[in-house]
Design a protein around this ligand. Sequence first.
Ligand code: SF4
Length: 674
Amino acid sequence: MAEILQSPSRQVLPSACPLDCPDACSLEVQVEDGRVVKVDGTHLNPITQGYICAKVRRLPEHLYGPDRLLYPARRVGRKGEASFERISWDEALDLVAERMRQARERWGGESVLPLSYGGSNGLLTQDTTDARLFYRFGASRLARTVCAAPTNRAAAGLYGKMTGVVPQDFVHSRLIVLWGVNPSATGIHHVPILQEAQRRGARLVVIDPRRTPLAKKADLHLAPFPGADLPVALSVLRWLFEEGRADLEFLAAHATGWEELRRRAAPWTFGRAAEASGVPAADLELFARLYAGTSPAVVRAGWGFERNRNGGSAVAAALALPAVAGKFGVRGGGYLMSNSGAWSFDRAGAMGAAEPATRLINMNRLGETLAERDDPPVGVLFVYNCNPLMTMPNQEKVRRGLEREDLFTVVFDQVWTDTARYADVVLPATTFLEHEEVSRGYGALVLQRGRPVAVPAGESRSNPEVFAALCRRLGLARPGEPETGEELADVLLGPGDRRQADLDRDGIAFPDAGPAPVQFVDVFPNTPDRKIHLVPEALDREAPHGLYAFQPDPATERYPLALISPSTNRTISSTFGQLYREQVPLEIHPADAAARGIGQGDAVRIWNELGEVRTVARLSADLRPGLVLLPKGLWSRHTQTGATANALAPDTYTDLGEGACFNDARVQVERVFQ
Ligand code: SF4
């Protein structure tokens, strides 16, 4: 950093993107006088190919825009009013430490709830000194379940989180199935790979209730109703077994539970699955024949189809397909879910504290926890790497909880989020370009270390620094333990770690299995017996009605429309939402709009028993009838009333992993005359 300050000329410095995205791009950052002026991609990470997404291109605006949090501040107005006065770091940290102490004296350590998720996937920004602080303090623990909990349960139960097919290997596939994933918005580097695969003759199947850009270019598009992907997968599994297309030799050698899976799939004829999912039976059969008859075939499972009451079983059934159809053992064949399981790090060493057996709070019930629980109540909520008011289900209940006068809320963030408006103390955080970071992809198998390239804006500080300072104030620090980003990175990777040597030499490291392992050649299931468990006992016990049991649609006469809230190419969850000002419309099918007298651009009200959102309508034939769409990651500024899709999302749980059921929101829509 000193070097940057002393050298005012323009520099181009390497970095790596740690945001919640599969690619972990390698970056080059143009810096002038310690300020970032441009961010672009390099070729160091093979998937980056020298370009990056539009979101991260806007990083300079994020860093230096009007919403950047520059100084610690204390609330002086009402909660939600965003009235604050600047204070020093010492005052802020003293106040936070004091309020944590008071809460512990009054209600016990569990009355402090740390809440963090997804603001950065950087390995130093979460689960290092923050965990050390909250574990040693005896705070409540957080179940981070708002995304990927059901998919993780399914992938771990069936395969022990076996490493998947890397996106670059899709060019070797002859059939690619994109299931509940929209790479045009959430994985742009996959798009040219898919195009190249198609140019080489691969067939593309897209399973998504919307006609996504790639669905328009697909050979087959299946549009199941939200929550009905499970019958689609089960009907294909049934057909594979019934038609003698299951690879029984492979199953006998490498899988358990296939007979039970066959029994559970048996009732799902194409006709019955068509009725449940809204996908024509002929299309289901076409998909089954295409999948059985084409190799290498890869299933790219995204996170879109986990967010409902059947989500865990649906993902498990989709991941069972390559096992039953015998698609492993060739490059470009198998599945890709999350590749986070490809890595191991010394997290315990970096935390320096064992996880206590304190109460576990599911973040999907944040509203209920803040507004209703008193066993003990949450006295201090410490929010970092997260904007829970805009990202958790049952938004109005979260808001009511944040409004509690006896709740002390700390928000430690990079920008003035909607949640920060309800804080008692705000603390400014550095971005990954201003601090040390370690980034690893969960699609691309790459590990990179990013050094600080810019001077921290205002008085912003890094997460490790702030949590270490709080440890000291609360008497929880121990001499000699790692505190700085650099020290923590060295512990995470461990002395003598081959990856550290690779990073020092090449700037990038790959897992032991290499950058592009082949499933059942280079990598195998990480289950105890190294086999695939198609009906794992633990998952079967966990699912309320048993694994692969289908729960019908929750629509009612009052709330007949299914609301989905998928990711867009503008934000990563809610990160970067402050960069957009304009109102975001509700997308509705022209037939549903006509039935309600709604025209293009009309003001509309969307509501159910949990809340109400007002915005304008955009008619879209890319949705199937019965479906409406309001994107994920909106801020209060993007609707007329400040509420977003999360205000209409129930805080019920998925069948596996107690995940969020965003796509189980059922709503009504009407035109509003203003
Ligand atoms: S968000 Fe994803 S695509 Fe964008 S720069 Fe980061 S890793 Fe690359």
